[in-house]
Design a protein around this ligand. Structure first.
Ligand code: PMV
Length: 350
């Protein structure tokens, strides 16, 4: 197939939820994180992005059929320019992208968005029909992850399924991404509790850099290697209780760093705190076993085993009625198996 073919290439890449958070960078250009992180790849929360070689002009980037604008457009353009310069491709692209979930409010849309853009764009430039074709063209998952990382750090973990570690290594070039455990052998549910879909006021790209100003950041970094080891070991042993306790402490610690930074970033909405306190209370009473984690946004990710998911979701909705009387939105997601390229059931994201 010719490299100038104008076939449409469609990538579906899942979001991920970090159990050990990436917060703070040692190098902003090369996207070298301050610490190792570890996430669970999701499934229902994903981005579908199509890419096609354009005949001329600048890249045309649409979200669900409408031209993209503002920061999302700048980020996407910058990443396409980086990929072209790095890989030696020249052609402009027609891009259309769609998230299956609300963007910019703590469901890691930049992770799935930048990873899907990377896969779709390179598939269009190389005219690769499958992920195996991309691999044959010299773009295996690790290389795709390293390229996606430059658009958004957490995007590198979305290139793999299951439980995924991103290790900082001794230099920017020594970073690596690896699968700790596959999705099938330890399925967990992520109940994403939508407290607010308002776009966050501090984008994570800028906020990462404020971490170094927090007096809590140095002690956090000192303790993280041990926490990472405990989280990895809990996943490998399938010890859900040990994992759950670690991820709550970890999320609260990252938010304590955010809040004590200058300038301070507080992503919690009042209901975020109410739900975390309620969840812990109910767990202590033996009502159910579920644990929260929270990214850079007000929404909560409540992690539980599949057998408990329906009950936990219904209890959250009963305990937190909305003013309109409609049930609080709880999106049900689970451990996912990673990206898909040009599958038969992938329609163009319009
Ligand atoms: O990849 P970024 O720059 O959007 O940063 C993501 C940071 C957190 O979502 C808060 C944590 C993480 O590891 O995903």
């Amino acid at each position: 197939m010719s490299k100038t073919d104008k076939r449409l290439h469609v990538a579906r890449v899942p979001s991920n939820i970090a159990f050990v958070k990436y917060w703070g960078k040692r190098d902003t250009t090369l996207q070298w994180p301050a610490n190792d992180s570890l996430s669970m790849t999701l499934s229902a929360a994903h981005t579908i992005t199509s890419a096609q070689i354009a005949t001329g002009g600048p890249d045309r980037i649409e979200a669900g059929g409408t031209l993209l604008s503002g920061k999302r457009l700048d980020k996407a353009r910058k990443h396409l320019d980086f990929l072209r310069a790095e890989l030696g491709f020249a052609a402009p692209l027609l891009i259309n992208t769609k998230n299956s979930f609300p963007s910019d409010c703590g469901i890691a849309s930049s992770a799935s968005g930048l990873a899907a853009l990377t896969v779709a764009a390179i598939a269009a430039w190389t005219d690769a029909g499958t992920l195996a074709d991309l691999d044959a063209e010299g773009f295996d998952r690790r290389r795709l992850a390293a390229l996606a990382r430059r658009g958004s750090g957490s995007a590198c973990r979305s290139l793999f399924g299951g439980y995924v570690a991103w290790q900082a290594g001794g230099s920017p070039a020594e970073q690596s991404v690896r699968v700790v455990r596959d999705a099938e052998s330890m399925p967990l549910v992520d109940l994403i509790v939508i407290v607010s879909t308002a776009a966050k006021t501090h984008g994570s790209t800028e906020a990462h850099q404020t971490a170094w100003s927090s007096p809590l950041f140095a002690p956090r970094l000192a303790g993280l290697p041990e926490r990472f080891a405990r989280v990895e070991s809990a996943i490998k042993r399938g010890d859900f209780s040990a994992l759950g306790h670690e991820i709550e402490t970890e999320a609260l610690e990252m938010h304590a760093v955010m809040m004590s930074s200058t300038p301070s970033a507080n992503y919690f909405a009042p209901q975020t705190s109410e739900i975390t306190a309620w969840l812990r209370r109910e767990r202590l009473r033996g009502e159910f076993e579920a644990y929260f984690t929270i990214d850079a946004g007000p929404n909560l990710h409540v992690i539980c085993e599949p057998k408990a998911a329906d009950y936990v979701a219904s209890r959250i909705q009963a305990a937190f009625p909305t003013q309109s009387g409609a049930p609080l939105e709880v999106l049900r997601d689970h451990t996912g198996s990673g990206p898909v390229l040009n599958a038969l059931n992938l329609d163009e994201p319009r």
